[in-house]
Design a protein around this ligand. Structure first.
Ligand SMILES: Nc1ncnc2c1ncn2[C@@H]1O[C@H](COP(=O)(O)OP(=O)(O)OP(=O)(O)O)[C@@H](O)[C@H]1O
Ligand SMILES: [Mg+2]
Length: 359
């Protein structure tokens, strides 16, 4: 009996479950289910004080504890998610965003709370948002926000860029987009993130026939996506909100349109400390350094750390003794790192914020 239970390949597990219960299930699921059967056999035997056969345990588990339909349904979904490159992200991504970073409070109150407090939201007729756009200059944290939402909710995160949709040629991009929506619409607890959004939802004025058809496809898919009452979010990001098609900006397609831009000192400090934690640090005056980082985006801060870390690494390699990063190292490196935010793109972001923001 003991030897018979020692089956290990997924196919063997599926065959054994089929012999016992008559259910045909996917071998990948069968392996997991078989280990549950063995565990259940042990639990049942302990409960009633005698050795219960594997057949009894298998049937009891399937009939009374797990539903085969649900198990294979969930299993198929997980397979689907994995094929799409879905990731489950570490919840700490959320903590590196300061409360004072403007989109954080919007995201928290408008997006996360209605999802995590679903009962209360329903009581007050608040529908959780389904579709979101982040816009702002490069390197300001739009992708980071999308990842942080998925991390905060502990939902799957799937990232799609226009080049992924173009993989079978530009002609098939519309079809790929349609397929992406069809698949996503049936998934729960997923954040689907589309980067460089202007490339698939650009203005149809002066666009080529192909570009127009892709934007049209997108415009068609979004309302259908919203109609399915699922627990999932479509998050799009663009550096060029002005280039998006006007029809997308009207209410009914995107629930929230959120600017991501300039940081205050507190937000920079938190990001700075986040990167500092991964270095061999000595005496570092964070406030002093951060006061010199005006117009630095999170991406610029990350670049500064790359330079500083590399400097420390080389120094220790050459001198053969522990080298700790201090304030002086940062002060020496900062002039070699340029801040990306210019007065012009800060002004543009302000104008765009007035014109497009909605939440
Ligand atoms: N609040 C934050 N805390 C820690 N790291 C951050 C934060 N915001 C952004 N970053 C980091 O800064 C870098 C740039 O951010 P991100 O890629 O999200 O910018 P982006 O706005 O999406 O840029 P692009 O427009 O070029 O796509 C990333 O490595 C990201 O992890
Ligand atoms: Mg990005």
């Amino acid at each position: 009996m003991q030897i018979q239970n020692k089956i290990s390949s997924p196919e063997e597990c599926a065959a054994r479950i089929h012999d016992i219960s008559g259910h045909v299930i996917d071998p990948e699921l069968a392996k997991d289910l078989w280990s549950k059967v063995l565990q259940h056999k042990w639990v049942l035997s302990e409960k009633i004080g005698r050795d219960v056969g594997i057949k009894v345990a298998c049937i009891d588990l399937i009939e009374n504890i797990v539903s085969i339909e649900n198990a294979s349904h969930d299993g198929n979904k997980i397979q689907q998610l994995k094929r799409m490159g879905a990731q489950m992200l570490d919840a700490s991504a959320w903590d590196t965003i300061s409360e004072s970073q403007p989109p954080k409070q919007i995201v928290d109150k408008r997006i996360v709370l209605p999802i995590t407090q679903a009962k209360l939201a329903k009581k007050h007729g608040v529908s959780p948002p389904r579709t979101i756009v982040f816009f702002g200059p490069p390197g300001t944290g739009k992708t980071h926000f999308a990842r942080a939402i998925a991390a905060r909710l502990q939902w799957w995160y799937i990232e799609v860029s226009p080049s992924d949709l173009m993989i079978d040629g530009e002609d098939r991009m519309g079809m790929k987009l349609k397929h992406l929506f069809e698949v996503t619409m049936n998934l729960d607890e997923v954040v689907i993130f589309i980067d460089e959004f202007e490339e698939i939802a650009g203005s149809r004025d002066n666009a080529s026939r192909k570009e127009k058809s892709i934007t049209n496809e997108f415009l068609k898919q979004v309302p259908q996506f919203r109609r399915e009452k699922r627990k999932n979010l479509l998050v799009c990001a663009t550096n060029y909100i002005r280039q998006l098609d006007a029809a997308l900006m009207r209410p009914g397609r995107f629930d929230c349109i959120i600017p991501v831009g300039d940081l205050d000192q507190k937000s920079r400090s938190i990001i700075f400390k986040h990167f500092l934690a991964n270095t061999n640090q000595g005496d570092v005056d964070v406030a002093e350094i951060v006061s010199r980082l005006s117009n630095f985006t999170p991406a610029d801060i990350e670049f500064l750390f790359q330079k500083v870390s590399h400097f420390a690494f080389e120094k220790e390699y050459n001198e053969g003794k522990d080298f700790r990063i201090t304030t002086d190292v940062f002060l020496e490196m900062i002039p070699n790192c340029q801040a990306s935010l210019t007065e012009e793109n800060i002004r543009e972001l302000e104008e765009d914020s007035v014109r497009f923001t909605r939440y």
